[in-house]
Every structure is written in structure tokens, then in C-alpha cells.
Design a protein around this ligand. Sequence first.
Ligand SMILES: Cc1cc2nc3c(=O)[nH]c(=O)nc-3n(C[C@H](O)[C@H](O)[C@H](O)COP(=O)(O)OP(=O)(O)OC[C@H]3O[C@@H](n4cnc5c(N)ncnc54)[C@H](O)[C@@H]3O)c2cc1C
Length: 419
Amino acid sequence: MTGETQTRTAIVLGAGMVGISCAIHLRKRGWDVTLVEKTKPGAETSYGNAGVLSRGSVLPVSYPGMVFDVPKILMGKTNAVRFDLSGLARAFTWAPSFLMNGTKARNRKISDGLSALVAHCVQEHEILMEEAGAASHLAKRGWIKVYRSEASFQKTAFEREMLDKHGVRYAVLEPEDLAKLEPNLEPIYVKGLHILDTASVDDPGALCAAYADLFKALGGRIEIGAAKSIGETGDSATVQLEDGRPLSAENIVVAMGPWSANLLKTAGVSLPAFEERGYHRHYRAEGNAVLNRPINDVDGAFVIAPMAAGIRLTCGVEIAAFDQPKTPRQLEAVLPKAREAFPLGDTTEDEPWLGRRPSLPDSLPAIGKAPCHDRIWTCFGHHHIGLTTGPISGRLLAEMMSGEKPIIDPKPYDPARFR
Ligand SMILES: Cc1cc2nc3c(=O)[nH]c(=O)nc-3n(C[C@H](O)[C@H](O)[C@H](O)COP(=O)(O)OP(=O)(O)OC[C@H]3O[C@@H](n4cnc5c(N)ncnc54)[C@H](O)[C@@H]3O)c2cc1C
């Protein structure tokens, strides 16, 4: 540990990949840390993702020209984004600025902040995996985006420009290259983009559980309970739990993923957060078919990823009210497309899993002091890349809280940037 003589105390709220990483990095710096979790570590969004540690995610979610796709989205003509009317009222609070970030100029600027985070993603995970004895979950074979037409591949020119700018290694694949890397993929693709510096994990939930155990082994405490409100007075910050218990420490970190913004409101902090809902379901591979790495069919709007539990099929974004019941129509719509690509057999689950990507309009997380607060910190808003960027975000936050020189410039993630 690199601690100081006086023990500082922190409560980290939320034990997803992001919160667990914050807790570990604070603990490593000698902080006395309590991690508070509503259910169990790594059982929510951080459990259900596609398992990609995505070094190449240097572009925000709102892409150049997205505004022209809005009519198509509203009319339900794309599987990539499904808009449910229940999400309409809240969309007025985030959608305009989200779409305004969809210009090349804004994308270029935002990509600097994203790139700084993802540049460290695999190394930071490898350090924790080694310490947690969880390295067996990691595969370093990249991931491949595949395209059903030359025209759709040509649309990646800007993405490739940004990958080049940020030094992300990739290879453009012809059908014969793809066949060598993924022999069980049907020959329906005209091009592939193999992002080489990317890695993947075969069980994101188990990885979170291993990191939570590492936190405990380092001397951290996990409390099961749901935070109801937070506040700060003088020299301490307090969390009121739903079961009536108050908890106090010198500092509080709100790292509750998609639940963060609501809790922050209890401390008078309003951030334009929203959720990009998404589904997954596992399938058996037929016969002896093997998938070596996650595959993103860009035109088909799905990802298939090899997991310990089978082939995990994930779909695009659903915009709906937070607690709207599951409407896994996108998953149903992409399943035949996925079966065109890979021999998926029966599902291994009764129903699809639903999760909510925690998002902010510029696709950058909010890492730092909450506006107008000295003792309340935030670390959330990692949208499609929270599994990837959890450890580096946790390290950055812990360095800021500890008064160390941060590994990267924290300015792009300042929670006060929306004021
Ligand atoms: C379909 C899909 C595919 C994805 N694929 C990828 C991918 O391949 N790679 C990638 O990097 N990212 C991916 N993501 C995104 C990634 O999963 C998220 O960005 C990440 O999991 C967010 O982590 P988190 O710790 O912020 O949130 P969470 O994992 O949701 O953790 C928040 C925690 O807070 C707890 N909590 C909630 N309320 C309270 C309360 N009141 N008190 C205490 N605790 C509370 C929750 O129980 C939960 O454990 C994907 C997401 C989806 C939905």
C-alpha cells in the first residue's frame, strides 16, 4: 500500500465494475473504505455486458449525421436503436445535447477524453486480474466488427481516422482473413475490422465478484444496503440507507451506474444522465462450432460473444422509461440475423436479461467532485464502456481524492462541465 499516516475514510456507493474499482484503488492508497451495495457485487449492468475491453472505443455514441437518422429511429426502422414512447418525456432533457455532440468537430474533441481512458484499459485490468487470481477470464484476441456490404464498411472511414489518430492498432480483414480467424462464421461478410489491442472476458459477473473479493482481501468492507439519500455537513458526509441506518465518512463516492443521478439529486446535484437499455441472452453453439472472440455485426445490430455460459447475444440501444418492463423486441429481431452469421442453437435461459448503460450526453463519464460539494464525488456515466474503463476510472478517482498526480488529465470528465 502507498498510504499516509492518517487514515482517511470513504464510503463507495455501488459495487459494479466502476464502484469496486474505486474501492480497490482507494484501499490500496490506505483509505478505510466501506463499499455499499444494494444487492450483490457485479450483479447488475456489469454482469450482463458483452465482455469487451474495448481499447478502440474512442468515439462517442452520437455519431456524425445521427440527427438525420432520428426519423428512422422514431419510426422503428432500425434495430440499432429502439425508441419507446415511455422514454419521450425525459428525452427532452438529454437528447438535444446528445445529438449536438454528433458532429465531426465534437466527436474529435470528445475522442481525446475517451482515448485517454481506454488507452489504459487492458493493462489496468491485467493488474487487478493478477492480484485477484482472475486472469483465466481474459482473452487477448481483439474483437472484430463485420460488415455485410462494402458501402457500410466505407462508412467507417472516420472511425479509422480516429483509431489512427489515437494509435489504436487494427487490421482490415477480407473474407478469407475472417475465415481463418473465425472458421465457424458464415461467409456473409465482405469486410471486417479487427481491433487488435482489445481484449475480452468470458464472465464479467465472475470478474466483478473476484475484484470484490480482492477488495475484501485488501481489508475493505462490503455492506449490503440501499442508499436512499446523501449529504455533507462540515467535516463529514452521510448516507441514509433505506433500512434506516445512517453511515458517515469523510468522503462519499457515488458509483451506482444508472442509479447514480437520482441519488445525487438528494444532495442537490442535477446531471443530465439517461440510460441506454440493452438486452442479452445466451445460446448453445450447435455441433462443435466455436467463436474465438466477440463479433459485432454492424449491419445486423448485434454482438455475439463467447462466454462461459454459452454464446451471449447482445443487441443495440433501447430508450424507454427506467422501470419500463422488458420489451426485448430488438433481441427477437436480431436473432435470425445472428443465426445467419453463426450456428446458434437453443437458448439456455427462460428470459432475456435487461440492463441499463449509464450515459451522459457527451459520452464521457462524470469522474470528480460533485458540483458545489467538497466531500461527495462521482464516478459514473460509462455508457457502453464501463466494463472496459472501470479500473482506470477507479484509479483516476482515487488519485484525485488522495491528492496524487493523476495518471491522466481529469478535466474532460469533470462533473461540473454541464453547468
Ligand atoms: C447489452 C450491454 C452490453 C454491454 N457491453 C459492454 C462491453 O462489451 N464492454 C464494456 O466495457 N461495457 C459494456 N457495456 C456497458 C457496461 O456494462 C456498463 O458501462 C458498466 O457495467 C457500468 O458499470 P457501473 O459499475 O457503473 O454500473 P453497475 O454495474 O450497474 O453497478 C451499479 C451498482 O450500484 C448498485 N446500486 C443501485 N442502487 C443502489 C443503491 N440505492 N444503494 C447501493 N447500491 C446501489 C447496483 O445494484 C449495482 O451493483 C454493456 C452494457 C449493456 C447493457
